[in-house]
Design a protein around this ligand. Structure first.
Ligand SMILES: Nc1ncnc2c1ncn2[C@@H]1O[C@H](COP(=O)(O)OP(=O)(O)O)[C@@H](O)[C@H]1O
Ligand SMILES: [Mg+2]
Length: 510
């Protein structure tokens, strides 16, 4: 048996799967693609999370595209965090290219151009379905972690949430949150102190500054209604293809805080709303995060802890998370150690630091008698990668330098008019894109303050009148002084039940 045949069998056996699988490409030996030595990833292990890494221009985003398309084809919905805006082309078929044909010839599988059902989502004013969440939904624990406040300040935030909850004051946007903070040290000071304890103006001021910081990163656009229902991420089209939901984040790159806030909220919401999955043999949803270093870049330790625990737990809900980034070291160790699929594109060895990173990366891959991992890492071509996955039994597959298949959809972005057409045809845009600013804490507290002021004015007038009467009659008043503090119950109006992820998150935090 020739070395090539032996290698072919080694790969084919190593990547054998009884259930459904996705084909990534064919394995390579000594820089040559071995036709039909197919690298297949079982659907069953795709909720075990993954990493796509490699230097710029080596093919990471296209690998993401390939994975997303193949999942969609199997009826599995996908959520893509598109930092550079280069994935919208998935909505149109590939125009084909002689180089693509050549690639597929080598791999040994046919190339069929195809388009996929796409929904465009946005965090900002850009076109697409608006993604929003209310402050209440975040809950005090998560809000505190996002703001990066001290423990004392977190305690105050919890009190304020409790106060709003008890008094049915909906906290929808940051305006509401700021209002209750200000109210707690001003007009409502005595009332809140009586029931919940005193809130120091210094602490509330510190919290306020953190909120303003978040606002400056555009957080105000993200908080509010109508809040996004994560079930809408699970749509399958009439042909049984899973929707590929693309969140356009081109304008968020310089605002890592907003991005990590959004990711954490989304993951928490998905975790709290999705049912526990048995061993269904396929993921419910797969989330890809391109340029993932941005979530970890400016995250505080508390936020990192939170992300790490959600990453761990969300798997049980059938959700796979895939991080796409240049260097594996961009992802925290605690997350790295949980990954099932690793697709490592070429790394460049310019500096001593690079060489060290390569050595470290190589050590994290299974040994193979066919490869010297560190050498392969620097010699891989574009659209080629070292792959290591988990087989159906959860055992690591043999290491495979892989010639990756090409995306079936367009590798280039949609034209402006194509994008408009896509968004015009979206059902979700109508559902989510109306501006709603219903009466919430801000308005209600203002009303309450106004009412209290009027009451006070009336009371003053009454007392003055009484005093005048007393003075004229010489009698002492026996009337009891009425309290000027009107009970907050008077302003309870909204029937909104504050959905809170607090319970779940508190569990998570243990
Ligand atoms: N699997 C692939 N099939 C065909 N061409 C590819 C593939 N992967 C990468 N390429 C080519 O390489 C270019 C860069 O790939 P890209 O995924 O954008 O790199 P990265 O995200 O790592 O910066 C693509 O525009 C495409 O021309
Ligand atoms: Mg890229």
């Amino acid at each position: 048996m020739s070395g090539k045949q032996e290698f072919h069998d080694h790969i084919t056996e190593g990547y054998l799967s009884k259930g459904e699988s996705i084909t990534l490409g064919a394995a390579m030996l000594n820089g040559e693609t071995v036709a039909n030595a197919l690298v297949k990833i079982p659907l069953k292990t795709l909720n075990r999370h993954g990493l796509i890494a490699g230097a710029t221009g080596t093919g990471k985003t296209k690998t993401l595209q390939v994975l997303a398309e193949n999942l969609s084809e199997k009826g599995i919905p996908v959520l893509l965090m598109d930092m550079k805006g280069d994935l919208s082309g998935i909505a149109r078929p590939s125009p084909g290219h002689p180089k693509i044909d050549e690639r597929h010839e080598k791999i040994g599988i046919p190339f069929n151009p195809k388009k996929f059902p796409v929904e465009i989502l946005t965090l900002s004013e850009q076109e697409g379905v608006r993604l929003r969440a209310t402050v209440s939904e975040f809950g005090p624990v998560l809000i505190s972690r996002i703001l990066g406040v001290s423990e004392t300040q977190a305690g105050i935030i919890s009190i304020l949430f409790k106060y709003c909850d008890d008094n049915k004051l909906p906290l929808l946007d940051l305006k509401d949150f700021k209002k209750i903070l200000q109210y707690a040290t001003d007009e409502g000071k005595a009332e809140i102190a009586k029931e919940y304890g005193r809130i120091s103006p210094a602490s509330s001021g510190a919290i306020l500054r953190k909120i303003v910081e978040l606002e400056q990163q555009g957080g105000d656009r993200f908080f509010g209604e109508k809040s996004f229902d994560t079930d809408d991420l699970l749509r399958v089209d009439e042909n049984g293809m899973g929707y590929i939901n693309i969140v356009r984040l081109t304008d968020i790159q310089d605002r890592p805080k907003l991005f990590s806030t959004f990711m954490l909220c989304l993951l928490a919401e998905v975790y709290s709303t999705f049912p526990e999955q048995g061993d269904s043999g396929r993921p419910e949803l797969v989330i890809f995060i391109d340029e993932a270093h941005l979530i970890f870049k400016e995250a505080s330790d508390a936020l990192l802890d939170q992300i790490e625990s959600i990453v761990k737990l969300i798997r049980s809900k059938g959700v796979g998370l895939y991080f796409v980034t240049q260097n594996p070291t961009d992802v925290p160790d605690a997350v790295l150690s949980q990954l099932g699929l690793k697709v490592q594109h070429a790394l460049r060895a310019f500096t001593a630091k690079d060489r060290k990173a390569i050595k470290l990366t190589a050590e994290n891959y299974p040994l193979s008698k066919y490869y010297r991992t560190d050498e392969v890492l620097t010699s891989l071509g574009i659209g080629e990668a070292l792959v290591s996955a988990l087989n159906e039994k959860g055992i690591p597959t043999p290491l495979a330098a892989t010639m990756l298949r090409a995306p079936m959809s367009r590798m280039d972005v949609l034209e402006e008019n194509e994008l408009k057409e896509l968004i015009a045809g979206s059902k979700l845009v109508n559902k989510y894109n109306q501006e709603i600013d219903r009466a919430s804490a801000y308005e209600m507290l203002n009303e309450k303050i106004e009412a209290a002021n009027q009451e006070e004015a009336k009371e003053k007038a009454r007392q003055e009148k009484e005093a005048a009467k007393e003075a004229s009659s010489g009698r002492r008043s026996t009337s009891r002084r009425r309290s000027t503090r009107s009970p907050i119950e008077k302003v309870l109006t909204s029937p909104t039940v504050i959905r809170s992820v607090l319970g779940i998150l508190t569990k998570l935090l243990k």
